[in-house]
Design a protein around this ligand. Sequence first.
Ligand code: FMN
Length: 166
Amino acid sequence: MNFYRDFDKLCLALKGAGAFLVVEDGKGGANPMTIGWAQLGVTWGLPVMSVLVRPSRHTYSLLRGASCFTVCVPREGEMKKELAFCGSRSGRDTDKARECGLRLKNGSLPGSFIIEGSELVYECSLLHRAPLTPGALPPELVSRYYPEGDWHDIFTGEVKLFRGAK
Ligand SMILES: Cc1cc2nc3c(=O)[nH]c(=O)nc-3n(C[C@H](O)[C@H](O)[C@H](O)COP(=O)(O)O)c2cc1C
């Protein structure tokens, strides 16, 4: 499985309308959250995907109790309304998938969910969580991204399954 095929599509989506980070909600379903930041690469000799999530997100609490997460990337220009919805509403007070008509189905890992119709799907099993180190970031990035704190944690998962573009 070539996990790195379609890397350009992943990055273009992240730089544009975003991608979905999907995490099991503990109620038999899953919560999709829009992300713009992610890293695909190699660590510990493994193919890994890292996502950066602020503690204020509902997704953060879900990730703290999860064993896996999925990154689902729509085809260019598709699902823009759904990405905007899942990037502005919280799964704390709404069933986002149902409200915006996203069809979730079980992935291949226990507890993983994928969004039907995605062009790329990365199913990841969680390996590591680490907070960012405030003093280690240039001050201009601190004032731009963290004026109120809420520093992202980095959640890294091993990419176990990848489905690329046809
Ligand atoms: C394009 C876009 C990219 C985003 N990227 C991130 C991200 O990488 N990390 C993050 O913590 N929040 C990000 N957000 C904000 C969350 O998607 C947003 O706060 C969401 O409502 C949180 O949902 P939840 O509370 O259900 O987890 C992004 C929002 C948008 C619109």
